[in-house]
Design a protein around this ligand. Structure first.
Ligand SMILES: C[S@@+](CC[C@H](N)C(=O)[O-])C[C@H]1O[C@@H](n2cnc3c(N)ncnc32)[C@H](O)[C@@H]1O
Length: 300
């Protein structure tokens, strides 16, 4: 796994308290939930949230039987575990999205919000998601839009060098990218996803406005404006719903995890280990206090 792209590491981060808790972001949180409810099938068997962090949106998945909260940060997943308690529907999995530890064709629904801006290699990420998606499954992706009104105004006023109209991603800070909506659509199509309904979100993400206007009113206004997303996208955040190709394999019943190195389905063995039965690989992966850990293999 040494030649995988770099990862933005949130291990030990105070993301919840620094970014969300009492940080005047109720408007963004609620506007994102409106968009998610519009695009996500409300119920189903398997759902994965990729880059779930501390489980901010986990209460939106009440209609699903098995919900995987997947993240690179063990510490954020432990926070999720703490606040979600013992609900057996939740499965906490630490790993890297460039090496997804699941069998092919497993997930009916996949959700990824506020995370792809950390992806240095979007085609490699989408290839993994395409592998683990069920035929005809749904993928809801939120991305930071480089062609937003503020970026356009700054570019025209010559206060920003990069063009919001150029298709390629812009890395504005190390491992933080904004994307052009058309470029994202092309990458989705190349990975066998058909992008469909698109919503523009967080139109009113402007401090003084958020202070002056009651949050529920701002969310209602955003909710209406979201519907223009199929025609134009000038907001800082865009949600797109894609359907995975109906061809391909569906996971064999009772298989779930796969080795993130060679993608062979894993055998559970006693002592909280998952063992790769591929003799050329043979790696073991740990399950500790309810966390499936695929960041590094362990020796037996
Ligand atoms: C800005 S946080 C968003 C968390 C959550 N989606 C939310 O909206 O509250 C980005 C998350 O992406 C995760 N992440 C970044 N790179 C990753 C990778 N390569 N594999 C898995 N997770 C990753 C981080 O650990 C972090 O929890």
């Amino acid at each position: 796994m040494s030649d995988t792209p770099p990862v933005c590491d949130y291990e030990g981060s105070d993301y919840r308290t620094r970014f969300w808790q009492n940080q005047n972001r109720d408007y963004e949180d609620q506007a994102e939930r409106v968009a998610l409810r519009r695009l996500m099938p409300p119920a189903g068997d398997t759902l994965i949230e990729i880059g779930a962090g501390y489980g901010r949106l986990a209460d939106e998945y009440a209609g699903y039987q098995r919900v995987v909260l997947f993240d690179y940060s063990r510490s954020l997943l432990r926070e999720a575990q703490e606040h979600l308690g013992d609900d057996p529907r939740f499965i906490y999995v630490a790993g890297n999205w460039y090496n997804m530890p699941f069998v092919d064709g497993l997930f009916e629904t996949m959700v990824q919000i506020r995370t792809i801006h950390h992806a240095a290699d979007v085609p490699a990420l989408f290839a993994q998601l395409s592998r683990i998606a069920r035929p005809g499954g749904t993928y809801i992706l939120e991305f930071a839009n480089k062609k937003n009104l503020k970026a356009i105004a700054r570019y025209w006023a010559r206060r920003q060098k990069w063009s919001p109209f150029q298709p390629e991603p812009v890395e504005f800070v190390e491992l933080n990218f904004d994307f052009h909506p058309q470029w994202i659509r092309e990458q989705l199509q190349a990975a066998d996803f058909a992008p469909g309904q698109t919503l523009t979100v967080s139109h009113y993400r402007f401090g003084p406005l958020k202070k002056a206007v009651p949050t529920n009113l701002l969310v209602s206004l955003d909710s209406m404006a979201q519907l223009t997303g199929n025609w134009w996208q000038l907001s800082p955040s865009v949600f797109v719903q894609s359907q995975h190709s109906s061809e391909g394999v569906t996971a064999v019943p009772h298989t779930f995890f796969a080795c993130p190195t060679c993608f062979t389905p894993l055998d559970p063995v006693p002592d909280d280990l998952l063992h790769c039965p591929n003799s050329a690989c043979g790696l073991n992966w740990q399950i500790k206090d309810g966390l499936y850990d695929f960041k590094e293999p362990v020796t037996e």
